[in-house]
Design a protein around this ligand. Structure first.
Ligand code: ADP
Length: 241
């Protein structure tokens, strides 16, 4: 799915949070939105997900006007930093959840759901965890399950908001490589939000740098690093190396 965003703005009261965003994410691309806290990354992600609405601008996906579709009809997979799994449900039931709440016409049978969950458990390398409860999992394992829940619905687009932010460095590195592998195998168009440049550059096909509600540069690691478009980008890259 190709996401096209044009001239998008969003303010909260007098605070302009998105100040004219133009961004195209190609079909199957993995893009990292990189920027300091408060730059508008989460707001942009929420608008794509249908959890918030812009004041102006366009959002189309494969040519369809998504601003006319509600969140359910966009069929987004969303993983948050603290996307608590349902504590009273097993891993298996957590992953199945998104399918069990699809509109009736799209809801698979129980047998098909069970088969799909089995497939995902294997594919995501969490096959041994199916009958555990979230409290019995490590943080990294929980995020693998959260991704399983997001992927179960075969999302049009996968959105991840600092999904590894709460984890320690070694686990983050493991999960990055794992996520890259999962992405390459599914080919789902993915936007990954982070304030960690190492994570962005290692994971993404393309990095989009945001500052104060604007996109200040997009490109690959070498371009952004060697030819920062603005003093802010130079500073931001320098500061976090
Ligand atoms: P980031 O994800 O880059 O940290 P956010 O999109 O979360 O940035 O936030 C950008 C700015 O918008 C912040 O200053 C934040 O306080 C403000 N903001 C976000 N959501 C709301 C809201 N619902 N009401 C008021 N201000 C908000």
């Amino acid at each position: 799915m190709t996401i096209e965003i044009a001239q998008m703005t969003r303010s909260f009261g007098r605070t302009a949070v998105l100040r004219g965003i133009d961004l195209t994410v190609g079909d199957g691309e993995l893009v990292a939105l990189l920027g300091p806290s408060g730059s508008g990354k989460t707001t942009l992600l929420k608008i794509i997900a249908g959890l918030d609405w812009p004041d102006a601008g366009r959002l189309t996906v494969d040519g369809t006007d998504w601003l006319k579709l509600d969140a359910q009809d966009r069929r987004i997979g969303f993983v948050f930093q603290n996307y608590a799994l349902f504590p009273h449900m097993t891993v298996r039931d957590n992953i199945a959840f998104g399918l069990t709440v699809r509109p009736r016409a799209e809801r698979p049978s129980r047998t098909d759901i069970a088969r799909k969950v089995d497939e995902l458990l294997g594919f995501l390398q969490i096959g041994a965890l199916g009958d555990r409860y979230p409290a019995q999992l490590s943080g990294g394992q929980r995020q693998r399950v959260a991704l399983g829940r997001a992927l179960a619905i075969e999302p049009t687009v996968l959105l991840l908001d600092e999904p590894f932010g709460a984890l320690d460095a070694a686990v983050r590195r493991d999960l990055r490589q794992w996520l890259r592998g999962v992405h390459d195998a599914t080919g789902t168009t993915t936007i990954f939000v982070t304030h960690d440049q190492e994570e962005a550059f290692e994971l993404a096909d393309r990095v989009v740098v945001m500052d104060h509600g604007r996109i200040v540069q997009t490109g690959d690691a070498a371009t952004i690093h060697d030819s920062p478009a603005t003093p802010f980008v130079a500073d931001f890259m320098g500061a976090s190396i």
